[in-house]
Design a protein around this ligand. Sequence first.
Ligand code: FRU
Length: 490
Amino acid sequence: NIPTLQWRPVYHFTPDKNWTNDPNGLLYLNGEYHLYNQQNPFENFWGHMSWGHAVSTDLIHWKHLPIAIPEKIKDSDTTWIFSGSAVWDKNNTSGFCKNGGCVVAIYTAHSPNRRNESQYIAYSNDGGKTFVNYEKNPVVDLNRLDFRDPNVFWYEPGKFWLMTVVVPDMHKAQFYSSPNLKDWTLLSEFGPQGYTGANWECPFLIQLPVEGTNVKKWVLGISAAGGERGVFEQYFVGDFDGKEFKNDNAADKVLPLDYGDTYYAAIPWNNVPGDKKIYIGWMIPNTQPTWPWRGQMSIPRDLSLKQTPEGYRLIQKPSSVITKSLDKLSDNVVSVANLELNNEEINPDKAGKIKGNAYWLDAELNVKPNAVAGFRIAQQKDEGGKVINETVISYNSSTRQLTVDRTNAGGKLNEHALKRTIDIEGNSNAVKLTILLDKSSLEVFVNDGEAALTTYIYPGEHADNITAFAAGGSAEIKNIKIRDLSNRGK
Ligand code: FRU
């Protein structure tokens, strides 16, 4: 195991050490965002699944805490603590709370030996640090191997807890209600619909505002990895009436949450002040080994909806919890305005202030028809000018396509996903980009969150150049702002 610290993100969540997968039990409590995660406490690969734990006040600096819910070994049997959620039971509906409210975790107990997955609950009277398993678990059991990932929140209109959970191989989500988190009643089922090319996992249901209106709609997110789409997460938009979810779109309509090859198992935070809707996804590691950690989370993202001619569509932007303190987090800032590019490639950071591939780049471009323009990042050329590493993020205003090309990005990447293209809504030469590069983690947000593409790159140690370019014609870069987050304001 060779340390690969040059690829370790600085402003994204990674485990202290070892393997992580899904975010679990996202809960805001007393000024802190709790993030539990699928964690192998011992090794740098999937196994011994337990709930790791970290807290943050700003969604950038994470404090790692001891394992919150460990794998349970009894005699020769083991129970793994699979994905799930956590709620703040402020009115002690569960009867578990000692001093006012308590944290209740609802998770899937996975028993490899008994070939069973069922839903368990556990409670915490120390603010979510340690949990006691309910003695009458399971609380929902279908006597199946595949049945998992309960996502629970308080459904105020019906005054009950609402659980969304999946039967993965049947491509079905189920909705249950409960007055006390212990006794659950099946309300309805949804699916198969949308993408069914792989097992359904990690559902979430959330009510979101439609920007600029008083309308609210429901969104059901579902992850599914391993089919022809590779790593994939989709969403359905529609209505939930306290019993059933009704899809606005035709049953075969597939809406991607993200256009990259790694975004997965995303779920929202419960209990955020002002009913703010923030979610975070797991970034499934590539075949590139990293050590001493493996896997990470995306940047936390604010969710809303936008009305389009085709219907309501999801908007996701890096959370305003982060963007409001972005200036404090950045040491060096490079700002350039009104740059005309004509078949050329230039370095917008003339003084060479931004080093080391941990930055946040915002830009507005106007790309003339037939031209392709954008950025080449994490770039290194040899003395002869030949590219050693680069990742090309470009917009073609004739086809209205945004492309992220990782052909020369570096590292072992998913071969089928080296080049990904997003069709951009509307009819404009203008495009807005937000590019978050954090060592090996790359997220591209287009037009204020209309589309997101999440992926990995593994550039060589000296591949940290940033250039702006226009090819096949001209482009105006109205502005670029690059904030160096290498020190996260420390
Ligand atoms: C998704 C998933 C979940 C499961 C967990 C186990 O990545 O397969 O369905 O609960 O990971 O680690």
